[in-house]
Write a protein that binds this ligand. Structure first.
Ligand code: SF4
Ligand code: SF4
Length: 233
């Protein structure tokens, strides 16, 4: 059984401590080297502003601003190939308690100052329709580009444990954060139902499952035989 250290403090009251507790690499190799060759920009997809715009909690921004020059508030002109209207859509879909940033890019990344959204990518906390945080599901929009999504068996137990612990603490204090992930999980179920596919899930206690998006029933899965996508097939 993992031992969780439930602090009585809101995780965003001390961002530095929260970052330190969620610092484990996602897997035993540099996954950026696996995906970057497939991106015309040569950058890992999650560090390329044309593919992902990081959203941070306002408390993170309050911490980051005086401590690092890594980030600036996202202007919307950082990606030359952005479609018209994309900026307005992204801003409209950003929750009130968050804001969008852009960083100096992967060549100038400062690991201690990566945002929570960098640390959790490509995952989000999967929440059932009866409000249980079950484990890690991935952001399906990145299926065809993110190497990790095609190699879930490479995700380490330490990373999973830190992901779960960080979000358990966050949810203990923020109903808003929990609700937004519940809604995101609902969207994922609708998307997978539409495509008649099951949702791959890394369970919070370990183990890999496929979740039926309709009944939400779990079926144990062999981690080595989970679906692969795009160039990682
Ligand atoms: S998390 Fe995915 S997109 Fe980001 S560097 Fe790793 S493989 Fe690439
Ligand atoms: S801060 Fe680092 S990990 Fe986060 S998006 Fe920028 S380059 Fe990538």
């Amino acid at each position: 059984m993992p031992k969780y250290n439930f602090s009585l403090q809101h995780p965003l009251a001390n961002v530095q401590t929260t970052y330190s507790g969620f610092d484990a690499p996602i897997c035993g190799l540099d996954c950026g080297q696996k995906c970057a060759p497939f991106n015309p920009s040569g950058k890992p997809f999650c560090c390329d502003i044309c593919h992902a715009v990081p959203a941070v909690y306002r408390e993170e921004w309050d911490y980051l601003q005086p401590n690092t020059d890594l980030w600036h508030a996202w202007r919307g002109d950082e990606c030359q190939s952005a479609a018209p209207g994309e900026r307005a859509d992204l801003l409209a879909s950003t929750p009130e308690n968050m804001l969008l940033l852009a960083c100096l890019g992967p060549a100038a990344c400062q690991r201690p100052y990566r945002a929570l959204s960098c640390r959790q990518f490509p995952f989000f906390p999967y929440v059932t329709s009866d409000y249980r945080f079950l484990g890690l599901a991935y952001d399906w929009e990145f299926e065809s580009v993110c190497w990790v999504i095609s190699n879930l068996n490479q995700v380490t137990a330490t990373y999973r444990q830190q992901f779960v612990e960080t979000h358990d603490r966050l949810f203990a204090f923020s109903q808003e954060a929990f609700d937004s992930y519940q809604l995101h999980s609902e969207r994922m179920r609708a998307h997978f139902l539409d495509q008649r596919r099951r949702i791959p899930l890394i369970h919070r206690d370990g183990g890999f499952y496929l979740v039926s998006p309709g009944s939400e029933r779990l079926r144990r899965a062999d981690a080595h035989h989970l679906p692969r996508f795009g160039p990682y097939r």
